[in-house]
Design a binder for this molecule. Structure first.
Ligand code: DGL
Length: 262
């Protein structure tokens, strides 16, 4: 199959836009197609088989558009499905995992918090990364159950979102964390609320920038970099295009979104 000059992205919904933003900031000349599988969010509570099935469906859609590379802009889908995707499809896949390594390397208090979905926290990849880089660090992990749905439903500023975050952060703050790892691509969109809830000496950290650098590196390796003077950014959702557009406008992504059944 002839590759197009486009990078595909998928997530269980809006979260992967935090990754798309970083990739677009570093590589604005690259054309992209972003798939928000919002109708099936959240992925975090689904079985591995279901997540593989959904990831295959998203991948097939992106391959029909001849994408040259796919960014799995979802920690949960990366931990459960990227191995399968790499084994079955002949294009490069870039995945994302919680930024435990930089947090563990930089913590002064030797205590870090990780907020992620249940699926990510119980995964082999997360266990292995934590064992490798954070075995001498106190890691307080919390499942952010409910947060993805609140974000998808446009309730970032609702009191229940703040309340849920306060409850999730309390045990971490009690253990004197100085880094909070945002281990789900939806959570960077909560940063401004987290800033209000966290003491000034606690930093949030996510993997978006690192993924953008990885995408750049892989494109260079495979000689797939685009030099297009007029890149094209397409966004598809299988839920509400109007809701996604509002969300994107709020976060400085003023692009049109199209509804598609995928
Ligand atoms: N953005 C996905 C992630 O990074 C959210 C998972 C979900 O839908 O629960 O894990």
């Amino acid at each position: 199959m002839q590759s197009s000059d486009t990078i595909g992205f998928f997530d269980s919904g809006l979260g992967g836009l935090s990754v798309w933003q970083e990739v677009n900031r570093l590589l604005p000349q690259e054309s992209t197609i972003y798939l928000a599988d919002s109708i099936n969010a959240p992925y975090g509570v689904r079985s591995k088989e279901e997540i593989i099935q959904l990831s295959v469906k998203n991948t097939e859609f992106l391959l029909e558009q001849n994408c040259k590379m796919i960014v799995v802009a979802c920690n949960t889908a990366t931990t459960k499905a990227i191995k399968y995707l790499r084994a079955h499809y002949d294009i490069p896949f870039v995945g994302i995992e919680p930024a435990v390594k930089p947090a563990a390397l930089n913590t002064q208090t030797k205590s870090i918090g990780v907020l992620a979905t249940e699926g990510t926290l119980v995964s082999e990849l997360f266990t292995e990364t934590s064992r490798k880089f954070a075995s001498d660090i106190l890691t307080i992990s919390q499942k952010g159950t409910g947060l993805v749905k609140l974000i998808e439903d446009g309730l970032i500023h609702a009191p229940e979102t703040r309340k849920l975050l306060e409850n999730l952060l309390a045990p971490m703050l009690a253990k004197n964390i100085d880094y909070l790892v945002l281990g789900c691509t939806h959570y960077p969109f909560l940063k401004h609320i987290l800033k209000e809830l966290l003491p000034p000496d606690v930093e949030t950290i996510d993997s978006g920038e690192a993924i953008a650098r990885r995408v750049d590196y892989i494109l260079t390796q495979y000689q797939l970099k685009s030099a297009s003077p007029s890149p094209n950014y397409q966004f598809y959702t299988n839920r509400s295009a109007a809701m996604m557009e509002t969300f994107m406008h709020d976060f400085e992504m003023p692009y049109a979104v199209e509804y598609k059944s995928f």
